[in-house]
Design a protein around this ligand. Structure first.
Ligand SMILES: Nc1nc2c(c(=O)[nH]1)N[C@H]1C(S)=C(S)[C@@H](COP(=O)(O)O)O[C@H]1N2
Ligand SMILES: [Mo]
Length: 380
C-alpha cells in the first residue's frame, strides 16, 4: 500500500528552510520529482526551480487534497445544478463539452503557501514556496451554467461539492462562492488544463477555476453546485481558510467572529533561479529569474536587490500580462564582489500593493507574502 515515508522535511525559518531540500526517491505517477508534504493523500509541492516557464507543465504542478482522491468514471460522472434555480440540471461530460468553451490563463495558489516561514510555527502543511502554479484552463463559464439553470434573483452563494467525501474525522470538502464571483466571465468549470483533459489528481473530469482567489475555492472533481441564500456551515468554509480582520500579535488566539473568509490572494514573488545556496563567479554574468503573482490585480513591477535590500533595481517583466496569471521576471546580474550575497525580489501590483518585509502572522498560516530572499555565494 502507501508508505508513509517522508523524505522531505522543512526545517527552520526563512532561508534556512531551504537548506534541507533535495529531490528524494519518491515519485508519483505523472509527476516529476516533487517535494512531498504528504504521500497519502498526495500533497506535493513544486520545487521553485520549475518556476522558469510561464505555464507550469501538468507534471510539475503542485497538488493539494484533504481527502483520498476519488476515482471518477467519465461516463457516469454528472454535474448537478440545484437549489435556488428554476430549471435544475443534471449534466453529463458531453453536455458540458457541447457548451461554448473559454480559455482562462490563471495562477492557482494555496492560501497556505509559505506557511513554513511563520514564527511561531503554525500547524498545517509546511509549504515553503511551491504551492502555486500557472496554467491555461479551458471549460464552460459558470455564468452560462447559471443562465441555463435559471438562477433565482435571491441566490447569494453557489455551494460546491466534489466527488471526494469525508473520511473518519475529516469532513467533506464543500466551498461556497458568492454570486458576484460566480458571474465573472473568468470563473469557469474547467475540463482541460494546459491543452489536456484535467489530470485525475487535478480534478478530472471537471473542476472550478476561481481566478485570483485562494486555491481552496477551486473545487476539484466537482459534482454539485447548489444555489442558496446561505453559505456552507461545513468545516472547510465556515472554519478553515479564515483570516483575521485585524492582525493578532504573533502566536495569539483570534475569536471566530474576528475572522473572515479568504478570497483574493496576496501579492507574491519567488526566485526560480539561481538556487538558494548555489555559487556564482565574480565577473560572470548571471540571469536571475522568477515569478510574481498579484491575485485579482496585475503585477506592475518587480524590483530585485543583490545586497539584502539596501539597493533595489527594476527587473524585466515577461510580455504575458493577463489578469489572474503570474508574470515572469528576469534580472541580469554580474556580481562584482566575492562573498555571500542575499538576493531579494519585491513585487508591486496595479492596486498599489507592495510586498512587505514581513507579512502579518495569522493562526491559519495563510497568505504568506514577505519579500523573497535567497542566498548565493560569489567566488573569486
Ligand atoms: N474536492 C476538492 N477540491 C479541492 C481540494 C480538496 O481537498 N477537495 N483542495 C483545494 C485546495 S486547498 C487547493 S490549494 C487546490 C489545489 O489544487 P491542485 O491539487 O490542482 O493544485 O484544490 C482545491 N480543491
Ligand atoms: Mo489550499
Amino acid at each position: 500500500m502507501f508508505s508513509r515515508r517522508k523524505w522531505m522535511k522543512v526545517l527552520g525559518a526563512g532561508m534556512s528552510a531551504l537548506d534541507g531540500w533535495g529531490q528524494g526517491p519518491l515519485r508519483f505517477p505523472g509527476k516529476r520529482p516533487m517535494l512531498v508534504q504528504n504521500d497519502f493523500p498526495e500533497d506535493l509541492e513544486t520545487p521553485v526551480e520549475y518556476f522558469d516557464t510561464w505555464i507550469t507543465p501538468n507534471d510539475a504542478f503542485f497538488v493539494r487534497q484533504h481527502l483520498p482522491r476519488p476515482k471518477v468514471d467519465a461516463g457516469s460522472w454528472r454535474l448537478k445544478l440545484g437549489g435556488m434555480v428554476s430549471n435544475p440540471l443534471t449534466l453529463t461530460l458531453d453536455d458540458l463539452k457541447k457548451m461554448p468553451q473559454v480559455k482562462v490563463p490563471a495562477t492557482l495558489e494555496c492560501a497556505g503557501n509559505g506557511r513554513a516561514n511563520y514564527r511561531p510555527k503554525v500547524p498545517g502543511l509546511q509549504w515553503s514556496k511551491g504551492a502555486m502554479g500557472n496554467a491555461e484552463w479551458r471549460g464552460v463559464r459558470v455564468a452560462d451554467l447559471l443562465k441555463k439553470a435559471g438562477a433565482a434573483a435571491g441566490a447569494k452563494y453557489g455551494n460546491f461539492n466534489g466527488a471526494d467525501h469525508g473520511v473518519a474525522k475529516t469532513p467533506d470538502f464543500i466551498r461556497s462562492i458568492p454570486m458576484r464571483k460566480l458571474m465573472h466571465e473568468a470563473t469557469i468549470v474547467a475540463l482541460e488544463m494546459n491543452g489536456a483533459p484535467l489530470p485525475e489528481i487535478h480534478g478530472f473530469p471537471a473542476r472550478l477555476i476561481v481566478p485570483g482567489w485562494d486555491g481552496a475555492s477551486w473545487v476539484k472533481w466537482v459534482t454539485e453546485m447548489d444555489l442558496s441564500e446561505e453559505s456552507s456551515k461545513g468545516f472547510y468554509f465556515a472554519t478553515a481558510y479564515r483570516y483575521p480582520k485585524f492582525s493578532p500579535a504573533p502566536g495569539s488566539a483570534v475569536k471566530p467572529e474576528d475572522m473572515e473568509v479568504l478570497e483574493g490572494m496576496a501579492l507574491t514573488s519567488y526566485f526560480a533561479r539561481p538556487a538558494h545556496g548555489s555559487t556564482a563567479k565574480k565577473g560572470s554574468p548571471l540571469r536571475l529569474q522568477g515569478v510574481a503573482y498579484a491575485g485579482e490585480n496585475r503585477v506592475s513591477r518587480v524590483e530585485v536587490s543583490t545586497d539584502g535590500g539596501s539597493k533595489w533595481i527594476d527587473a524585466k517583466l515577461s510580455p504575458q500580462n493577463y489578469p489572474f496569471a503570474w508574470r515572469l521576471f528576469t534580472f541580469d546580474w554580474t556580481p562584482s564582489a566575492q562573498g555571500y550575497h542575499i538576493l531579494c525580489s519585491k513585487a508591486t501590483d496595479s492596486a498599489g500593493r507592495v510586498q512587505p518585509v514581513e507579512c502579518p502572522w495569522n493562526p491559519g498560516g495563510y497568505m504568506y507574502n514577505s519579500i523573497d530572499r535567497i542566498g548565493v555565494t560569489v567566488e573569486a
